[in-house]
Design a protein around this ligand. Structure first.
Ligand SMILES: [Zn+2]
Length: 125
């Protein structure tokens, strides 16, 4: 499994600047290893929505130490493609999850039926 540093080296080769220009983005993609140490950690951020989330966090563009400005999305697309060979959607990951009974359970929700109560309706989950 590629380390964020190796992804950053690859970014530097593509777009210049320094390895440090890219490390935070690549480390963010792989930070889900803190949750699960095997390749399934990738389900959290290694998909199209994860790439757009990186834009939200790091901005639409990054400015390299060379002064060059590149889209943050390029770095995310590079990371995910290097790891998986393509950019899946989150739906691709969901299709690989085996449904278990606990996932669909709902608890009975107490609703206050008092017409004078400020709580009239609970939002649906
Ligand atoms: Zn990764």
């Amino acid at each position: 499994m590629a380390h964020p540093y190796h992804h950053a080296l690859s970014s530097q080769k593509k777009w210049g600047g320094r390895v440090e220009d890219y490390l935070a983005i690549h480390a963010w993609f792989d930070a889900s290893k803190e949750i699960i140490a095997d390749f399934r950690h990738r389900a959290l951020r290694h998909h199209a929505e994860g790439i757009f989330m990186a834009e939200t966090i790091f901005g639409m563009t990054i400015t390299l130490s060379s002064g060059r400005i590149i889209p943050t999305r390029w770095v995310g697309e590079q990371h995910v493609t290097e790891d998986l060979g393509f950019i899946p959607s989150f739906a691709d990951w969901v299709r690989a999850i085996q449904p278990a009974p606990w996932m669909g359970r709902t608890q009975k929700i107490e609703v206050d039926l008092d017409p004078h109560s400020p709580i009239r309706e609970l939002p649906h989950a």
